[in-house]
Design a protein around this ligand. Sequence first.
Ligand code: RIB
Ligand code: CA
Length: 303
Amino acid sequence: MKILLDCDPGHDDAIAILLCCYSKKIDLLAVTTSSGNQTIEKTTRNARNMLNFCHKGNIPFAKGNSSPLIRPVQVCAEVHGESGLDGYEFPSYAINTLPYPASELIIRTVKANPGLTIVTTGPMTNLAIALKANPSIIPLIKEIVLMGGSTGEGNITKAAEFNILVDPEAADICFKSGIPLRMLGLNVTRKILVNNHVMEEARKINTRGSDLFVKLMEVFNKNQREFFGLPAGPLHDPATIISLINPNVFKFEKMNVRIDTSFSELAGKTYCSQSEPYNCLVATEVNLEEYWSEIYKHLRRCI
Ligand code: RIB
Ligand code: CA
């Protein structure tokens, strides 16, 4: 399965990158970065570090837009720290991104690989720019799989989930593009908690990957407890990759999803309805045992 990953690492994005690199079912064609959990410079450095950690430093890699389409930059240092990936010390790698922006790499990758899947685990700014700049790629994209939104409450505001809230206009462009959509929102991802049992199981694996996972999740869990009052960190972003590599993990329902692009307290809300024409498969249930089995499987491979 050919995919391009657009991400804002971010602790959970980092594990999504690891899954892509160690899955036997994923052909990771390219990685692009968005401004989200931290500034674009920091998310780009973090993504570079993760790709090199996974021995995939040769994958086409481009830095994304430094800000949302029209709204101000919004980061989440409370959860991901000043570096955006606090908890693990990477060797210093050269950042070597391609000499053109993420949106251009998206366009080139789609044109060279019709039928690929685009996965976004951060704000959808880069993809929106690519779709607007070159609409001819729209029919060439098999599916957009995103972590974002919610059928229920948000996390940053009562209405909105972070990835959509940061750039509602970008999400609106993607959701109105006509490209098949698969949305994994907080209504399922906040059930996927890196609790003590998961941490103990990960420690037993004792590989380079599990060592990174445990060190990152110790910081992620602490920050999630303090900032959101959650019992443990929700491992949001790997849900996108796991939904692609194991169809038994999530249940999806056809819904109409509309983005609130107002400047009110509802900005970034995803209105999910089953009484309007469907445009999106929305995750409604998760099999946690299968989810964690996939995580452990890939941590074992990362030696
Ligand atoms: O709301 C959770 C999402 O926002 C995750 O993708 C997390 O990494 C942040 O980007
Ligand atoms: Ca993310």
